[in-house]
Design a protein around this ligand. Structure first.
Ligand code: ATP
Ligand code: MG
Length: 357
């Protein structure tokens, strides 16, 4: 179903990302490191999932946002647990446990694979090496997919960027496919632009997801309503309001179809509440972020205008404080800095949230 609100897994539910899908499949075939990036709700996870299904390669897929939102952190313990589950799943499809048997800290019982996460337990280097050996023996590739990879920076003392760099250099049969919605945070974590970082200079294929055009958004909604067998309302103002973000369009369609109606203003309120909940968890939200966003929500604004507006509410605000707040909002994808130095809020729901809440 096009309006299914979960990330898509099956190509038949996946609307018109043919070029990006082919690019990703091609990268999985030919390269070792590919990164899908873009703000929230552009369809990164769906693209990744559909490509994994279409590519037919064995894969493990870690959803680190799910881990973060479930446990409030992404510790090494949680990371190992998620990987244990994925390896167990994979071992039910492919018999490869013999490759892991000899790895220190790996326990195997039937199809269940358990990784010892403690200091002297299983090392990811050994596990990746074993998977690479298995893949190489089959003349295959294995895809290590990490959704919302920026959370790896929180997972304990291990330098995961170093581990990735090592695996990319040494293990010819593994492909790493990462996504990230906090694009600035992901780039900092990967350090691909930082000469001191382990991943510096490694070639990463970047797939930048964009919005749907006005026509595509209209077409997507119409297709979705047709598939659901529901007569669609006038969609002009919905498409104008949701700005080509496929995630919000999907949620709108889903809400309309399940409730038999979805008045736009009520929908925006509901979506903004959802976005506010999420942002609280991500930014450990404070009034200051909210005030800065509200200052920007009115239109594309320069630094000095934002300072003026924000200080009405917050009192005098130092240059460095405002720079810190703006940088953080940009790194996490809540703001975008335009070429001319102005700031805008790229997500219409966040814009709504900033003005109304
Ligand atoms: N090509 C597509 N066809 C149909 N629905 C899609 C498509 N891409 C995304 N969606 C829908 O849009 C919503 C957001 O998609 P998805 O979770 O894949 O995006 P995302 O970029 O990973 O978002 P986030 O940054 O929040 O993780 C989901 O409801 C998903 O089902
Ligand atoms: Mg996602």
């Amino acid at each position: 179903m096009l309006f299914d609100p979960e990330p898509k897994k099956d190509k038949k539910d996946f609307y018109n990302r043919e070029a990006e899908l082919q690019e990703l499949l091609e990268s999985i075939k030919r390269e070792k490191f590919v990164v899908i990036q873009g703000i929230r709700r552009l369809g990164k996870s769906s693209l990744l999932n559909v490509a994994l299904a279409e590519s037919k390669h064995p894969f493990v897929r870690l959803d680190l946002r799910e881990v973060y939102f479930t446990y409030g952190s992404v510790s090494k313990f949680h990371l190992y647990r998620a990987l244990s589950q994925e390896l167990s799943k994979l071992s039910r499809i492919h018999r490869f446990t013999s490759w892991l048997e000899k790895v220190r800290g790996v326990k195997i019982a039937g199809f269940e694979i358990q990784l010892d996460w403690r200091e002297k337990g299983a090392s990811l280097t050994d596990i990746f090496r074993a998977m690479d050996g298995w893949a190489s023996a089959r003349g295959e590739k294995v895809v290590i997919a990490i959704d919302e990879a920026q959370y790896l920076r929180l997972a304990g003392r291990t330098r995961y960027d170093g581990l990735l760099a090592w695996a990319i250099d040494n293990l010819g049969n593994l492909v790493f496919a990462l996504t990230g919605s906090q694009v600035g945070v992901l780039q900092d974590f990967l350090g691909t632009e930082d000469p001191r970082a382990p991943l510096y200079g490694r070639h990463a294929r970047i797939i930048e997801l964009g919005r749907l055009s006005h026509e595509q958004a209209m077409d997507f909604l119409k297709e979705g309503f047709k598939e659901a067998g529901v007569k669609h309302p006038d969609l002009g103002e919905v498409v104008d309001a949701l700005d080509g973000l496929i995630g919000w369009l999907t949620l709108y369609g889903y809400t309309y179809v399940s409730e038999g109606k979805a008045e736009l203003d009520r929908f925006l309120k509901m979506a903004a509440k959802l976005a506010a909940e999420e942002s609280k968890k991500i930014l450990r939200w404070s009034d200051r972020y909210q005030t800065v966003l509200r200052a920007v929500a009115g239109g594309a604004l320069k630094w000095s205008e934002i300072r003026e507006r924000a200080s009405v509410k917050l009192g005098p605000i130092s240059k460095s404080d405002l720079t810190y707040l703006l940088d953080k909002l940009v790194r996490y994808g809540y703001l975008e800095r335009l070429q001319n130095g102005s700031f805008v809020i790229p997500d219409p729901v966040i814009r709504y949230m900033a003005t109304k809440f």
